[in-house]
Design a protein around this ligand. Sequence first.
Ligand SMILES: NCc1[nH]cc(CCC(=O)O)c1CC(=O)O
Ligand SMILES: [Mg+2]
Length: 331
Amino acid sequence: MSQAAFPALRLRRTRAAAWSRRLHAETVVTPADLIWPLFIVEGTGVEEPIATMPGVSRWSVDLIAKRALEARALGIPAIALFPNTPAGLRTEDGREALNPDNLMCRAIRAIKDAAPEIGVLTDVALDPYTAHGHDGLVDAAGYVLNDATKAVLVDQALNQARAGADIIAPSDMMDGRVTAIRAALEADGHVNVQIMAYAAKYASAFYGPFRDAVGSRGRLSGDKKSYQMDPGNGDEALREVALDLAEGADSVMVKPGLAYLDIIWRVKQAFQVPVFAYQVSGEYAMIEAAVAAGAGDRDALVLETMTAFKRAGCAGVLSYHAPHAARLLGR
Ligand SMILES: NCc1[nH]cc(CCC(=O)O)c1CC(=O)O
Ligand SMILES: [Mg+2]
């Protein structure tokens, strides 16, 4: 590319006025780029603040429906649901995930009643339902079994689709689960239920507050490194994405977000498919801690991170700051 030299070229010229900065903006974020993750808890009229995620709460099903109305008013197209399963229902095999009247299914139905035009994304993994906090079935040595877990995940996905989920999002990192879930959805008539694969999901230190929110933190035995990815691996992320796309994923996710912008970029460049970032709980907590310490401005931090995700190639972002961002963007 040839370009003029100074002073014919003054790159500050187009930055001089606000109207011109707007005109030359390469990346635009809108509320339509956002997915709002929400935590669900048993009860009625219950809001439980999560200490490690200031500003984020668990909501009972009736209040989750109100959040869906809020999302609609803000122009947020979709919400993602995560249940905090009552302790007594957490078992070795996570069987509550298959209960058609579990917290997740009741929340899906309540949202679809209140705001049917809002997309509902559901997480497929057993960690909110297992006594040991792992995403799958564990053998005597503590290893998370791939194929046995996959079979349960298929039933979990079907349970969610039958309750009305629009996007099935397997976050478990078992190999082969997308093929199995797609086949089951087709066979059960859910031809337009999408699969957003958590394809490149890293074994990250940024998930701590989420585990508080769903109540798996104190339960988790060991770590998730035998199924989630090593933070140093980039080529492997492309292989994970290729596999999930070959298995029938409609879109793929990179998780966490900000520390993995290079992975988002590489995935988008390599595959030209819809890529989503999950700006995870620890990232949310980091921004809120910075704001609380007087180290940064929330509005600016939130919008800058959203812009970075889109610039890197994202079609959209899952973020706990989604309603805040939508309010800022809707002005
Ligand atoms: N399968 C569980 C799951 N789904 C989404 C997150 C993390 C989201 C966040 O930190 O906001 C996790 C945590 C984990 O893998 O331990
Ligand atoms: Mg995989």
